[in-house]
Write a protein that binds this ligand. Structure first.
Ligand code: NAD
Length: 499
């Protein structure tokens, strides 16, 4: 375990955690209709931090009604685009002023490293907010030179308008709770929508704080609401006839339930789902660089990253070296709480998720697979799992097929690029992949054949707000980021004028 030299929590975090939490509806914290409450845990200790309401369908109705009222009253969408842009930029400034508080709150509740929380959950989120703010003034339609032939002599012109889709429900997982909430919230706001965010019951705190800071930035009451709760609350949102668009991030089975519910009301939906992401290392790799790259791309946030590397295929000529490099590094990693900046592996988000990851590892052991690192239990409070490196994993082993969403790397050798491609594509998922080579011809021939929404070359996991992100196959429907995010929160209206 690490030295235990922890970052001292700032007063704002202590005060926020110590409060009685409610839902955030119509611009204020409010009591829930539901009497039930859920515990919120500190993954580093297993202690209860606080409780939040476990919202029921009546609470969801209230939050959707608040978003609907704000939308109909045009309090947000009626603003000039430049005003929306300015307020969203101010929102980024307010978040930046609270950067350390938000990073600590995320670490405390999610378990992740404070370094990751500062650099990604907060700093990258600020970049994203500022990028998306700019879209508010850049939403454009088309002008069309139409050819309608009747009545004879009539003349027409047509154009399209991109209009806000209406009330957006953002359903969010627990791995990057604030960042993924913002991935939904800010493009929806840039497009003029009103929003209800439902964070995961494991990690509701930063979404609640975000809603308060949005009010401070000038985002009016009802434009951004938060309901806390679990599956019942999420299902009520997904099936709600007052919701116009659901933007969901989470597991593939839940995503299918959300899509099925949404279609009953013709609610638009986009699904960012699970992944089982391959890294393919060709014969010419620089072993050290590739090892460091997949460690970063596989163990970031303890592997609780939808796009994390989990399957590693290495040309046989470099296989042993990569395997040993990964195993040595994984075995040398220090574990400790997220608030200890020196800890390299932090707890998983929950006892339930740790049990799920341990089940995957137990199955791999039962299948006789060889562990070069990890696979043994950690004797400490908190939800720790040692990073695992598993060698010579056959394509049909469950650890090569199932999404684990934990610190687990499974490796296998290959002999030629065609075999590597077959192995990489041999998955129901298709979120992301990486290719490790400096052979430009090989890279350019493989990239189009890899079935994944993102293919990185000589890196794995960097995202940019402008780079479309989403999955092939069972990894989802739709794309977030860039103009795709904005398109997902607008309807296209054709206008045809006879003159
Ligand atoms: P999950 O599917 O269990 O839950 C996601 C969200 O859906 C939570 O807020 C949950 O409360 C809610 N929910 C649960 N049941 C619901 C229902 N019936 N209807 C509506 N909402 C419901 O996922 P998780 O365990 O929170 O997150 C891990 C999963 O998320 C992994 O599969 C991971 O790959 C995926 N993920 C994907 C991306 C991406 O961008 N593709 C990003 C992060 C995480």
């Amino acid at each position: 375990m690490s030295s235990d030299a922890k970052v001292a929590l700032c007063e704002a975090v202590r005060a926020f955690v110590g409060r009685e939490h409610g839902l955030f509806v119509d611009g204020a914290i409010c009591l829930a209709h539901s009497p039930r409450r859920s515990n919120v845990f500190d993954p580093a200790t297993g202690n209860v931090l606080t409780t939040v309401p476990d919202a029921d369908p009546a609470d969801v109705d209230k939050a959707v009604a608040s978003a609907r009222a704000a939308f109909e009253a045009r309090v947000w969408r009626g603003l000039r685009p430049a005003a929306r842009e300015r307020i969203l930029l101010r929102f980024a400034d307010v978040l930046e002023a609270h950067a350390e508080e938000l990073a600590q709150l995320e670490t405390l509740n999610q378990g992740k490293s404070i370094n990751v929380a500062r650099a990604i959950d907060v700093a990258a989120t600020l970049e994203y907010v500022r990028y998306m703010a700019g879209w508010a003034t850049k939403i454009v339609g088309e002008t069309l030179d139409v050819s309608i032939p009747f009545p004879p002599g009539a003349r027409y012109t047509a154009f399209t308008r991109q209009e806000p889709v209406g009330v957006v429900a953002g359903i969010v997982p627990w791995n990057f709770p604030m960042m993924i909430a913002v991935w939904k919230l800010v493009p929806a706001l840039a497009a003029g929508c009103s929003v209800v965010i439902k964070p995961s019951p494991e990690t509701p705190l930063t979404a609640l704080r975000l809603a308060e800071l949005a009010i401070d930035a000038g985002i009016g009451p009802g434009v951004f609401n938060v309901v806390t709760g679990g599956a019942e609350c999420g299902a009520a949102l997904a099936a709600h006839p007052g919701v116009n668009k659901i933007s969901f991030t989470g597991s593939t089975p839940t995503g299918k339930r959300v899509g099925t519910a949404a279609v009953q009301n013709m609610t638009r939906f986009s699904l960012e789902l699970g992944g089982k992401n391959p890294a393919v290392m060709l014969a010419d790799i620089d072993v050290d660089q590739a090892v460091q790259g997949v460690l970063a791309g596989g163990l970031l946030n303890q592997g609780q990253v939808c796009a994390a590397v989990s399957r590693i295929y290495v040309h046989r000529s470099k296989y042993r070296k990569v395997l040993e490099g990964l195993a040595d590094s994984a075995n040398a990693m220090t574990m400790g709480p997220g608030l200890d900046p020196s800890a390299q592996i932090n707890p998983l988000v929950s006892a339930h998720h740790r049990a799920r990851v341990e089940e995957h590892l137990a199955r791999a052991r039962a299948e006789g697979l060889q562990f070069l690192a990890g696979g043994t239990q950690v004797d400490a409070p908190g939800y720790y799992v040692r990073p695992a490196v598993i060698a010579d994993v056959p394509p049909d082993a469950s650890i090569m097929r199932d999404e684990v969403f934990g610190p687990v790397l499974a490796l296998a050798p290959f002999d030629d690029p065609a075999e590597a491609l077959r192995l990489a594509n041999d998955s129901p998922y298709g979120l992301a992949a990486s290719l490790w080579t400096n052979d430009l011809r090989a890279a350019m021939s493989l990239v189009p054949q890899i079935e994944a929404g993102t293919v990185w070359v000589n890196c794995h996991v960097p995202l940019d707000p402008g780079m479309p992100f989403g999955g092939y196959k069972q990894s989802g429907i739709g794309r977030e980021f860039g103009r795709h995010a904005i398109e997902g929160f607008t309807e296209t209206k054709s206008v045809c004028i006879a003159y």
